[in-house]
Design a protein around this ligand. Structure first.
Ligand code: UDP
Ligand code: MG
Length: 337
């Protein structure tokens, strides 16, 4: 079925020169120790943007007191909406749930842990007022991360940008402001499983960096073990491009070369005399093992795509909302799938 592309143009569109509504979307999973501080910093910064604002916290199945604290915040602050997901669906789904609920002319996504300082938001708003559609936070420095994480993140960002068939900025995460039109384009996508960072890049529009220093977590602990990060990285690649499938062609070509070399070597060794038999055997065994390994990897890569196709065909919604608390209560119940 072909769907019409969403029309994100705004003929005679809304002005960005003053006023408007700013939405801030924050995914939260077990953030009880930091959430009050985050709200305090946002409440201090957001009025200075000159926009009306709403803050949407998405509680992603927290098992600590995060939800209770968010409810207390929403009870005293009419700017705050809390969307409680029915279980832990993961950060990507939580961010997407918040984005789908946001009503702003501009929408900021940021983490709950103050690693991305809210004080950068006014700079993003200024860029948006100048006509930038996606003002993304680009990290000048990252405090509180291990050398290993910095090195692997650096390498991964560059590899990812190289693999993806559309421009993808490096040294940037989910902290960004996007115009309503960009959010509409992303929310309208029919795919269920989402890697938001690459979807926002896919959408196009005018992107510009806002440079900032990333801080250490204000409180609590990271929700990502190295293993989880690896899984997320693999998911991001497979969801965003088909390069791994194509790379199996390169592996096949390399293997063919190894096979031809081994066959040549074996012929030569047999011709030169029986003393080379052991060596010949080793070369043959190596070539066969290599071929088996690459074939297994190729099947596994195909399997990754088949598994994701299966999930998309199942068509389950990417998240389920248990309840919505606060100003948007009457508005959002479940996501239109
Ligand atoms: N998060 C979430 N669901 C999860 C894991 C994380 O909503 O399953 C949120 C988390 O509360 C935080 C953001 O995603 O606001 C980023 O997580 P974290 O700070 O642990 O990641 P890191 O910055 O260490 O990569
Ligand atoms: Mg963090």
């Amino acid at each position: 079925m072909t769907r019409p592309a969403p029309d994100c143009s705004r003929p005679g569109g809304r002005s960005r020169s003053g006023g408007g509504l700013l939405s801030v979307v924050i995914p939260c999973h077990n953030e009880q120790d930091v959430i009050e501080a985050t709200q305090a910093r946002l409440a201090a910064v957001l009025p200075g943007t000159g926009m009306e604002f709403e803050v949407i916290y998405v509680d992603d199945g927290s098992r600590d007191a995060t939800l209770a604290r968010l409810e207390a915040i929403a009870a005293r602050d009419p700017h705050v909406t809390v969307i409680e997901l029915s279980r832990n669906f993961g950060q990507q789904a939580a961010m997407s749930a918040g984005l789908a609920a946001a009503r702003g002319d501009a929408i900021v996504i940021t983490d709950a842990d103050l690693q991305d300082p809210p004080e950068v938001i006014p700079e993003m708003v200024a860029a948006w007022r100048r006509g930038v559609d996606v003002a993304y936070g680009r990290r000048r420095r990252r405090a509180g991360e291990t050398a290993f994480k910095l090195a692997t993140a650096n390498l991964y960002h560059r590899l990812f940008a190289w693999l993806i068939p559309y421009p993808m900025p490096v040294d940037t995460g989910d902290f960004k402001l996007m115009d309503r039109a960009v959010a509409d384009a992303v929310v309208a996508l029919p795919e269920k499983r989402r890697y938001l960072r690459s979807l926002v890049s896919w959408a196009g529009f005018r992107h510009e960096p806002v440079w900032y220093d990333r801080h250490a977590r204000a409180a609590g602990e990271t929700k990502y073990s190295p293993w989880n990060l690896l899984k997320l990285a693999g998911d991001a690649v497979v969801l965003s491009c088909d390069a791994p499938l194509r790379l199996t062609w390169v592996a096949a070509a390399a293997l063919a070369l190894v096979g031809i070399t081994a066959a040549g070597w074996a012929t030569l060794a047999a011709w030169l005399g029986p003393s080379r038999e052991g060596f010949t055997l080793a070369a043959v065994v190596a070539a066969i093992s290599l071929a088996a390994a690459v074939q297994t990897a190729a099947v596994a890569i195909v399997g990754e795509y088949v598994a994701r196709t299966f999930r998309e065909v199942q068509g389950r919604p990417p998240w389920v909302v248990r309840q919505t608390i606060g100003s948007a209560e009457s508005r959002v119940t479940t996501r239109a799938a």
